[in-house]
Design a protein around this ligand. Structure first.
Ligand SMILES: Cc1cc2nc3c(=O)[nH]c(=O)nc-3n(C[C@H](O)[C@H](O)[C@H](O)COP(=O)(O)OP(=O)(O)OC[C@H]3O[C@@H](n4cnc5c(N)ncnc54)[C@H](O)[C@@H]3O)c2cc1C
Length: 431
C-alpha cells in the first residue's frame, strides 16, 4: 500500500515530515481509534485529555484523507443546514448541537495555536447575484441567537472587497479562519502524542473481532487488544464494517491552486478573507500566504486526473473572475468525503465497545471535534449527548452504490443553478 501523501499544495508545503512506525506485533490500550484524519485525531486527543490510553492506527499517513486535502475553511456548523437540523430534531436540540460546534470551533483554534499552525482570520459567505440580497436576516438571527459577530455586507461592500459582480451580498465571519489543513492534522497528531497517544502509520485495520470482553483490531503485521474501538475512516472506510460502510457515501470534491499572482491577487481579492457561496456544491476560494489563489468546488463521484482537474477548476474560477484568463493552475487534486444520506455526522455506539465517528461531509474541520468530544466523553464518562444525533443515525445508503443517486442529486442541483443563472443574465441583458 502506497503510504505517501498525494501531490497537493499542502503536501508540497507541509512543515514537518515525521514518520510514525507501522504496527508490528500486539499492543494494548483501552481504546483503538481507526483512522488518522481529524475525526480520529480529535477522538484520540479528547480521550488522552481524559487520561485514557489510546492507540491510533492509520492506513496511510496522518491527514492523508480529506483532512489533509480540504479547503482549510474552519467554521462552526455541520454539512446539513441549521434549519433542516431544527426541522428534524426540534429547535432546542438543534441549538445545543450548534453551540457544541461553537465550543469545538474554539477548541480547534486553541489546538491550532498550540501546535503552531498559522491561522488567518475571516470567512465570507456570499449569495449569488441571481438569488438577490438575502443574507441580512441570517446574520441578524445568528448574532441574536448565538452571540456571533457576523457582519452583513451589502452589494456595494461586496464590490469593494471582490473584483466580480457574481455576488449579491455576504455574511462575513471575523472569527472563522483558514489553515493549511495537512499541517493542522499533523499538528494535532503531535499534540495527541504529547499526551500519550501511540500512533501507527501504514497500518490499516483489516479485521474487527471479539475475544471474551476485549476487542481485537487486526492489521497486516499486528493487532490491537482493547476495550473500545472507534471507527473514524470517513469516505475511505471501504468494507471494514458492514453497517458503517453501507451508511457512508464516498463523494469526491476538488481543489486547485494557481501560480503566484503578485499584485493581481490584491486587485482580485481585495480583502484578506476566504470566500464561499451558499450552494451545496459551491465555489470556495482564498488567497494563500505566497500570493496564489486556492480554489475549490464541485461534488462528484468521478475522480478525474490532476491535469483535467486543473482545467475544470480553472473554468470555474473564470466564471467568477474572467480577468484571470491567462492564469495557470500549478497543482490540482481531489479527495473523498464521507457523506451520510441525511448529511449529518454519524456518531455513537454500534455494539458494546464498538463506536463510530464519521460522515462529516464537506463541513468537517470543526464538526470532527464535536464528534471527537462526544465520543470520548461517552467512552470515558458514560455521557450520552451523542444521542442528540441519533434520529439521523446510520441510515442505509448503499455504500459505494449510493454514489449514483448522489451524482444524480448533484447534476439536478447544478442544472437548477445553471438555469437560474441564464434567466438572470437574460433579464439583465433585456433591462
Ligand atoms: C477537497 C475537500 C475540501 C474540503 N473543504 C473543507 C473545508 O474547507 N472546510 C471544512 O470544514 N471541511 C472541508 N472538507 C471536509 C473535511 O475535510 C472532512 O469532513 C473531514 O476532514 C473528515 O475527516 P475524517 O477524519 O472523518 O476523514 P478523513 O480525513 O478522510 O480520514 C479518514 C482516515 O481513515 C483512514 N482509514 C480508512 N480506512 C482505514 C482502515 N481500515 N484502517 C486504518 N485507517 C483507515 C484513511 O486513510 C484516512 O486517513 C473538505 C473535504 C475535501 C475532500
Amino acid at each position: 500500500m502506497n503510504t505517501e501523501y498525494i501531490d497537493s499544495y499542502y503536501s508540497r508545503t507541509r512543515t514537518d515530515d515525521v514518520r510514525r512506525p507501522l504496527l508490528d506485533g500486539t499492543v494494548e490500550a483501552e481504546t483503538c481509534v481507526v483512522g488518522g484524519g481529524l475525526a480520529g485525531l480529535a477522538t484520540a486527543l479528547a480521550l488522552a485529555e481524559r487520561n485514557r490510553s489510546v492507540v491510533l492506527i492509520e492506513a496511510r499517513r496522518v491527514g492523508w484523507g480529506a483532512s489533509g486535502r480540504n479547503g482549510g475553511f474552519v467554521s462552526p456548523g455541520y454539512s446539513l443546514g441549521l434549519d433542516k437540523i431544527e426541522r428534524k430534531l426540534g429547535r432546542e436540540t438543534a441549538q445545543s448541537l450548534y453551540r457544541l460546534s461553537l465550543g469545538a470551533h474554539a477548541t480547534v483554534r486553541a489546538r491550532a495555536d498550540q501546535a503552531g499552525v498559522r491561522c488567518e482570520a475571516g470567512l465570507l459567505k456570499c449569495h449569488l447575484a441571481e438569488h438577490g440580497e438575502g443574507l441580512a436576516p441570517y446574520v441578524e438571527r445568528m448574532n441574536r441567537t448565538y452571540g456571533l459577530r457576523l457582519e452583513h455586507w451589502p452589494k456595494t461592500r461586496m464590490a469593494e472587497a471582490l473584483a466580480t459582480d457574481r455576488y449579491a451580498d455576504g455574511a462575513y465571519n471575523p472569527d472563522a479562519f483558514r489553515v493549511q489543513p495537512l499541517d493542522m492534522s499533523r499538528g494535532f497528531a503531535r499534540l495527541a502524542e504529547a499526551k500519550g497517544v501511540r500512533i501507527f502509520e501504514g497500518t490499516p485495520a483489516t479485521g474487527l473481532a471479539r475475544d471474551i470482553g476485549d476487542r481485537i483490531v487486526t492489521t497486516p503485521q499486528g493487532r490491537v487488544r482493547c476495550r473500545h474501538v472507534v471507527l473514524a475512516c470517513g469516505g475511505y472506510i471501504g468494507t471494514l464494517n458492514l453497517r458503517v460502510s453501507a451508511a457512508t457515501i464516498p463523494v469526491a470534491t476538488y481543489v486547485a491552486v494557481t501560480e503566484p499572482l503578485g499584485e493581481r491577487l490584491r486587485q482580485t481579492i481585495r480583502v484578506s478573507t476566504g470566500v464561499s457561496d451558499v450552494r451545496l456544491a459551491n465555489d470556495y476560494y482564498r488567497p494563500l500566504p505566497d500570493g496564489r489563489i486556492l480554489w475549490g468546488g464541485r461534488i462528484s463521484v468521478f475522480h478525474p486526473d490532476p491535469e483535467r482537474l486543473k482545467e475544470i477548476i480553472r473554468a470555474d474560477m473564470l466564471k467568477v473572475y474572467p480577468q484571470l484568463a491567462d492564469v495557470r493552475m500549478d497543482v490540482a487534486w481531489g479527495g473523498w468525503m464521507g457523506y451520510a444520506r441525511h448529511k449529518m455526522p454519524c456518531l455513537g455506539s454500534l455494539d458494546d465497545g464498538l463506536w463510530h465517528n464519521t460522515c462529516f461531509g464537506g463541513h468537517g474541520l470543526v464538526a470532527t471535534t464535536v464528534g471527537g468530544e462526544l465520543t470520548a466523553s461517552a467512552i470515558a464518562e458514560g455521557d450520552d449527548r451523542w444521542r442528540m444525533t441519533e434520529p439521523f443515525g446510520l441510515a442505509f445508503a448503499g455504500g459505494p452504490i449510493g454514489k449514483i443517486p448522489a451524482q444524480a442529486v448533484y447534476w439536478t442541483l447544478a442544472a437548477g443553478d445553471w438555469m437560474r443563472r441564464r434567466r438572470y443574465e437574460a433579464e439583465r441583458a433585456a433591462a
